[in-house]
Design a protein around this ligand. Structure first.
Ligand code: NAD
Length: 246
């Protein structure tokens, strides 16, 4: 579905991002994954190469809030592969800090990682996507619809992601660039796998489909939105959450 497309996936070293990378590779894309550290990037590349030595995958670890660093890496990617078709803004951190104890450091950590990095990468990619009529995809969350009981800046940051998605879809549509987001429900990444059964089971009872999402469930939604199958879909926040509604 993505034959010969060139994709960049931020936060591509583990969890949902790594599965997006794998899914795009299995569908014929060349993928550049971004992580926060050299070590996690190297580990992710080794994992993928061990699965399939023919995967066309490489990695970088620019500071996503630094426009100059990001621009430099995008230019390297363009020089290496000749074009860029898809940007997935997936890197993110969660938060559960209560408002009474909330620090400004936590505010900055969540806002910088989740909002500023998405803004910076989207800003820097536009010149390349204009050439390919490309795609920007953002990772939102079901908490961007319902909020959550603590860690206010996490849902707030995902509301911002929805706003960026809807606004940029309108601003960039005249260039043929599509902008969409996927809003996952609780997804079985390492963090969720480590939770005790007593926490997981009541949670599952609130999900009408009766199970937690897998990274594959989420990656498949990204695949659809990245592909030409979604050629008339833009400005959409696609909820992939088993109909969980709280
Ligand atoms: P994860 O912690 O397994 O992976 C996060 C990724 O983001 C990693 O690759 C990490 O290197 C990268 N990252 C984190 N901080 C960074 C920074 N400062 N600079 C650069 N990269 C950074 O998490 P995940 O569960 O796979 O989450 C991926 C995305 O999905 C996030 O945007 C998250 O908000 C969203 N999400 C997750 C769930 C869930 O239940 N797991 C649900 C809804 C939305």
């Amino acid at each position: 579905m993505l034959n010969e497309k060139v994709a960049i996936v931020t936060g591509g070293t583990r969890g949902i991002g790594l599965e997006i990378v794998r899914t795009f590779l299995n569908n014929g894309a060349k993928v550049v994954l971004f992580g926060s550290k050299e070590e996690s990037v190297t580990n992710a590349l080794n994992t993928l190469k061990a699965e399939n030595e023919n995967y066309e995958v490489s990695g970088y670890y620019p500071k996503l809030t630094d426009i100059n660093e990001v621009k430099k890496v995008f230019e390297e990617v363009k020089n290496k592969y000749g074009k860029i078709d898809i940007l997935v803004n997936n890197a993110g951190v969660s938060s559960s800090m209560k408002i009474e104890n909330h620090t400004m450091e936590e505010y900055d950590r969540v806002v910088d990682t989740n909002i500023k990095s998405t803004f910076v990468c989207s800003n820097a990619i536009v010149e390349y996507l204009k050439e390919t009529k490309g795609v920007i995809l953002n990772t939102s969350s079901m908490v961007s619809i319902y909020g959550q009981p603590s860690g206010v800046m996490y849902p707030a940051s995902k509301y911002a992601i929805n706003g960026i998605t809807k606004s940029l879809s309108r601003e960039l549509a005249p260039f043929g660039i599509r902008v969409n987001a996927v809003a996952p429900g609780v997804t079985e990444t390492d963090m969720v796998k480590a939770l005790p059964k007593e926490m997981i089971e009541p949670l599952i009872k609130t999900i009408p489909l009766g199970r937690i999402g897998t990274p594959k469930d989420i990656a498949n939604a990204f695949l659809f939105l990245a592909s030409d199958m979604a050629s008339y879909v833009t400005g959409e926040i696609l909820q992939v959450d088993g109909a969980a509604r709280s």
